[in-house]
Design a protein around this ligand. Structure first.
Ligand code: ZN
Length: 286
């Protein structure tokens, strides 16, 4: 069995992306190398600078509590074991199964291994950086900067932002970007165009789509995706004077507003909430 795992680790395997049902080919060893590299650059550097908030900090607790709901929904939808890296199911003396924290993260700790067959052991980090920004590392790490909490105040908004990063990870976008390279060379030298912009938009829309369905399945109102993107667009305009092209906010807003996307997410949410109509709170832009 171990031998089979090693072969899969080296030669790769097919995976089905949750919600989109796209089939992607994944090379686990590339994923691991790439992920560890970015973990060192982002998280370990963050620890060195003292930017990573402790797991006991109220903002870390808030992010983890939202993340647990999203992972539970992801587990339900994908049939795979998506959990927090330091959580464990234990059987107590009374025979009841309990979810407990098996360990506390230590500063500059080694990255936790991704369990590729069963799912992903996730970790969520809050970095004390006053920027409204979030990011992901392909091996199941999500980073949220403290500036996000000033701009996205409700749990539903934060859930959409976090679920968007989860969407990038489960769609294997980091690894799929590596496969662009031959196409990029072809288009640049033969057609004289750069397809990278289109690929970025494609991946952002895919992550938005997963974010809406995942947060809806976790019980959060997916309509906030539209408001969150509009807010982001306004912030960037103030900041830069013009939109940052790679974020494609105009096209993403159009995409999430499409009836087939928004209606599907709202239906998932209504089903999750037991058929109750979702409230109208988020229809008013904040
Ligand atoms: Zn994104």
């Amino acid at each position: 069995m171990k031998c089979l795992s090693l072969v899969t680790f080296l030669i790769g395997r097919f995976e089905i992306v949750p919600f989109t049902n796209k089939i992607v080919y994944v090379f686990p060893f590339i994923d691991k190398i790439w992920g560890e590299l970015y973990y060192s650059r982002c998280v370990k550097e963050g620890y060195k600078k003292g930017e990573v908030l402790s797991q006991d900090h109220s903002l870390s607790v808030r992010v983890e509590s939202i993340a647990v709901k999203l992972l539970e929904a992801l587990r339900r939808e994908s049939g795979r074991c998506h959990v927090l890296a330091d959580q464990q199911w234990l059987v107590g003396d009374d025979g009841e199964v309990k979810l407990v924290k098996s360990c506390r993260r230590k500063d500059n700790d080694e990255s936790v291994r991704v369990r590729l067959k069963e799912g992903i052991d996730w970790e969520f980090f809050v970095l004390d950086v006053p920027m409204a920004c979030s990011g992901y590392i392909n091996i199941g790490k999500v980073l949220v900067f403290t500036g996000m909490f000033d701009r996205y105040k409700t749990d539903a908004e934060l859930a959409i932002i976090i679920a968007h990063e989860v969407g990038h990870v489960v769609s294997r976008h980091a690894q799929r970007r590596l496969t662009w390279f031959p196409f990029k060379l072809y288009h640049r030298f033969i057609n004289g165009s750069d397809p990278e912009i289109s690929y970025y938009l494609w991946h952002e829309q895919e992550a938005d789509y997963i974010a809406m369905l995942l947060s809806a399945s976790a019980g959060y109102d997916p309509r906030v995706a539209l408001l969150a993107l509009r807010k982001m667009k306004r912030d960037l305009k103030k900041l830069k004077g013009s939109e940052v092209p790679l974020l494609h906010l105009k096209e993403r807003i159009e995409f999430v507003s499409k009836p087939e996307v928004m209606q599907k997410a709202v239906s998932v949410h209504q089903e999750r909430m037991g058929g109750q109509c979702t409230d109208r709170e988020y229809l008013v832009e904040k």
